[in-house]
Design a protein. Structure first.
Lengths: 131, 115
């Protein structure tokens, strides 16, 4: 690990946190590459990323709770069921070609992005919604 | 309603392990289009769901000895500061601006996965 790796990791951690707070994602998308940069192996990076996601998501969720945006029951149902889904995902991942499914998911995300951009027209221009 | 939420959870779980990106990128758009939540509420609820999933996942990995706590703190502590800034910043964005920004974020990740 060279001298700039730790400051870079701190900066990337900060950016991942901002993305998490703004968009409601965990931050793993930046955590995992950062941990690989620090020299961790793929499994260790995924495992360590999950631990870093816990305080990050907790901070964002608590702040959002104060703003009245958090739907507790929905979050619990989705979170609990996704643990089961993750198990199912492991079974699927071992049976399919990794490059093919990665590209397919990329295409799906681009379609989702386009749909979101179109639906944005119906969104209120102001927040909190005063209508 | 519960059936829809459970379906979102299932899809998020499968996608996060199969594609290696977290569930949030899937949960937020589904909460918007499939459940009809406003974008701010969708992002907030996604964070709550991720908290549950990541805690379970981190515990499972920890039992196997794969978690490096020092490294998790190295990136997790700045990320907590970032999350405070991010949620604050989000409150200044309109639903429209936030949805458009999220759409751009999803598009970038989608293109990165294709290439």
């Amino acid at each position: 690990m060279s001298g700039w790796a730790i400051p870079a990791a701190i900066c990337l951690g900060l950016v991942a946190g901002v993305l998490s707070g703004v968009f409601g994602v965990g931050g793993g998308i930046l955590f995992v590459p950062t941990l690989l940069l620090l020299g961790l192996g793929q499994v260790e990076a995924a495992a360590t990323s999950l631990l870093a996601v816990v305080p990050t998501a907790a901070t964002g969720a608590l702040r959002q709770r104060a703003y009245g945006n958090l739907r507790h029951r929905a979050a619990l149902v989705i979170g609990a069921v996704s643990v089961v889904g993750a198990e199912l995902g492991v079974q699927i991942a071992t049976r399919l070609d990794e490059d093919v499914i990665r590209r397919a998911f990329g295409v799906l995300l681009v379609v989702v992005a386009a749909r979101l951009a179109l639906s944005a027209r119906r969104e209120p221009r102001r927040y909190p919604d005063v209508s | 309603m519960v059936a829809r939420l459970a379906l979102i959870g299932l899809v998020a779980g499968v996608f996060s392990t199969v594609f290696g990106v977290g569930g949030g990128i899937v949960v937020v758009p589904l909460l918007i289009s499939f459940v009809g939540l406003p974008t701010h509420a969708a992002a907030a609820t996604s964070l709550g769901a991720i908290l549950v999933t990541a805690t379970a996942g981190a515990l499972l990995y920890a039992f196997r000895g794969d978690v490096r706590v020092g490294y998790a703190l190295l990136i997790g502590i700045p990320a907590v500061a970032g999350a405070l800034v991010g949620t604050q910043l989000q409150q200044r964005l309109s639903g429209r601006a936030l949805t458009l920004a999220f759409s751009a974020f999803v598009a970038v990740i989608g293109v990165r996965l294709i290439l």
